[in-house]
Design a protein around this ligand. Structure first.
Ligand SMILES: [Zn+2]
Length: 162
């Protein structure tokens, strides 16, 4: 894959890469194990480019952040925090996770609540985030087609514009 192999000396033509390759996340962190085993790094094609750009911006702003950690150690707990597939217990056909448009971020140095507050106060830094879940310990954002930013609580089922 392109990120494993630098251009060879015989390859004189400049490479034009139009896709966005995240600086701070491997593709396997963003998809479940089955999908990575099937598709390898090409699994990145299943994640919306706006999500990838936003993840890098969040990482550069708030520091270390875990999405899935199944590949790092045996105690890895998360397999469904990025792309979600129909074999998942928490699968929903209409979830933004199903379309590669949502991520559940766990930051090392900040709670989900702190991240929500910072992002809402600095919306201009995160132009692609349209939807945030409230009342959860992680930071769920997605890039669905809706008025921005919609803050929705899974407890009250109420949505407000923030
Ligand atoms: Zn989520």
């Amino acid at each position: 894959m392109y990120w494993d192999q630098p251009p060879t000396p015989t390859d004189k033509r400049p490479k034009k890469i139009y896709m966005y390759i995240p600086k701070h996340f491997y593709p396997k962190e963003l998809v479940p194990p089955d999908i990575f085993n099937q598709r390898g790094n090409q699994a990145i094609e299943l994640i919306d480019e706006r999500v990838l750009i936003t993840l890098d911006k969040l990482r550069e702003t708030f520091g270390t952040c875990v999405i899935n950690d199944w590949m790092f150690n045996d105690e890895g707990r998360y397999t469904q925090s990025g792309l979600r597939t129909s074999d998942s217990d928490v699968y929903s056909p209409t979830s933004q996770h199903t379309f590669g448009r949502a991520m559940d971020c766990k930051f090392k140095d900040y709670s989900g609540e702190e991240i929500r507050k910072h992002v809402i106060e600095n919306k201009a830094l995160f132009p692609y985030i349209t939807f945030i879940e409230d009342d959860v310990s992680w930071f769920h954002f997605d890039v669905r087609n809706c008025e921005r930013i919609t803050l929705w609580s899974p407890n009250t089922k109420k949505a407000v514009l923030v």
